[in-house]
Design a protein around this ligand. Structure first.
Ligand SMILES: [Zn+2]
Length: 452
């Protein structure tokens, strides 16, 4: 029995066991830029849940959407994030979407996130969204305006605000919403399900209300209800999506099926980097490729994230990543010296920590204790580590990869050592960058340069 924190009821709940499989929906990326390590923390949470349930022998049906239309930018009111980026990169918006979608999958693979059962794209499920919107209009939960925009009537759902605590009477007009107010909404907290195309010519579709494009919130309602057969056991996402995205999604989905559509809402907390919120404007966005450029194993990121529980805010640092990288290397070396058996052995303390709200820091603590305990036979250590790794996903049973240096890399290392001897610092820095680009990290110590 696995229990996890449910944001709606604000308590730890056992994951429902009715139904042959556990249906999980996780809000996916808006594919207009690279996923940063904070985004990856949320995707890792979904992966942990899937792995934990599979370890328990449960069937899992896991869907993650790809938002390639309809996610409006907050900085530039009313501009679609995809169209904005397409303008910047002077490319077709769909090309942009496919490019970043591909990179998203590559990043997930690098940190061992198992693929979802399907990745539906918003732009390919417009029909589903139109059906959902039509149902909401027919049942009086939504209304169309003269210009052909369809709004959800927030006041038509009595329990609106239950997830986030943002009740309608406390949401004052002027609160910054995702969509600018066109003046034709009946109530300031109503949101667009379908937006009239207006002057927009790209990424628009025909609808019963005229040409336009879908809002972001209806996308997740339409996909989750349809693809998970109206039973979403777990809905996973970052805490920043709790309001308005999930609040609005809940209102829509519940209105369509006439009952609570999602059994549990699971949110991953914020990730800071070096004490600050990551943002493009602050220039401190960290990507998987930045780790690789520093000579770190991408799985060091996975380990560093697991050192904190998913629902506590976390401050990731380069020092923490370096430390995780060392631990990873050490554990892989241990595993190689602990023999070759492939048997997993359940450790009750680790199993308990996982079952109680996926307490990964406690799992890691227990592993460190087992590693040090000289009274535990090494074959046993190995089996427990294999068991833990089925959830942690750190590839502990792989010896650290050793690659041969190319003749060019050997030459660059020699040239750099010479440059340092000649105190030619600018040349030595230039060579360090060249080496870094080829995947070699150089460190300078009292005994000269070393590399990894
Ligand atoms: Zn969503």
């Amino acid at each position: 029995m696995i229990a996890i924190y449910d944001t709606l009821t604000r308590g730890i709940k056992v994951i429902p066991v009715d139904g042959s499989s556990v249906n999980i929906y996780c809000c996916g990326p808006t594919v207009y830029r690279d996923a940063h390590v904070g985004n990856l923390r949320t995707f890792l949470l979904a992966d942990l849940i899937v792995r934990v349930l599979r370890l328990e022998g449960r069937q899992v049906n896991f869907i993650q959407n790809i938002t390639d239309v309809g996610h409006m930018s907050e900085d530039f009111q009313d501009e679609d994030k995809l169209l904005q980026q397409a303008k910047l990169e002077k490319q077709d918006p769909f090309e942009i979407a496919r490019k970043y979608e591909e990179k998203f999958h590559q990043d997930l693979a690098k940190i061992n996130i198992l693929p979802a059962d399907s990745y539906p794209r918003a732009s390919e499920t417009i029909d589903l969204m139109l059906q959902s919107i039509a149902q909401l209009v027919a049942s009086g939960h939504a209304y169309a305006t003269e210009v052909g925009t369809v709004y959800f009537d927030a006041r038509s759902v009595e329990s609106y605000g239950a997830i986030s605590g943002n009740k309608l009477d406390s949401l004052k007009p002027g609160h910054r919403y995702e969509y600018s107010d066109e003046g034709d909404k009946r109530f300031h907290a109503d949101w667009a399900l379908w937006k009239s195309a207006g002057n927009r010519t790209e990424m628009v579709w025909d609808s019963p209300w005229g040409k336009g494009f879908p809002g972001w919130h209806i996308e997740c309602t339409a996909m989750s209800l349809e693809l998970l057969d109206k039973r979403i056991d777990l809905h996973v996402g970052g805490i920043d999506l709790r309001f308005p995205h999930h609040e609005n999604e809940r209102a829509q989905s519940n209105s369509i099926i006439g009952q609570e559509a999602v059994k549990m809402w699971v949110h991953g907390e914020h990730l800071l980097f070096e004490g600050r919120k990551m943002s493009k404007s602050a220039g401190n966005v960290v990507l998987v490729k930045d780790l690789v450029e520093r000579g770190l194993d991408p799985l060091a990121l996975r380990l560093a994230l697991l050192e904190n529980r998913y629902r506590s805010q976390m401050d990731l640092t380069w020092a923490g990543l370096e430390a995780a990288n060392l631990t990873l290397k050490r554990w892989r070396t241990c595993m190689a010296t602990w023999g070759e058996n492939q048997n997993q052995l359940e450790d009750s303390e680790i199993a308990g920590a996982i079952a109680k709200d996926i307490d990964t820091p406690r799992v890691l603590l227990r592993m460190r204790a087992i590693e040090k305990d000289i009274s535990v036979p090494v074959e046993l250590k190995r089996s427990v580590f294999l068991y833990a790794d089925s959830v942690l996903g750190l590839d502990l049973d792989h010896p650290a990869a050793v690659r041969e240096l190319t003749s060019e890399q050997i030459e660059l290392l020699q040239l750099r050592a010479q440059a340092r001897n000649n105190k030619n610092w600018s040349e030595s820095d230039r060579l360090r960058d060249l080496l870094s680009n080829s995947g070699i990290a150089v460190n300078d110590g009292p005994d000269g340069q070393s590399w990894s």
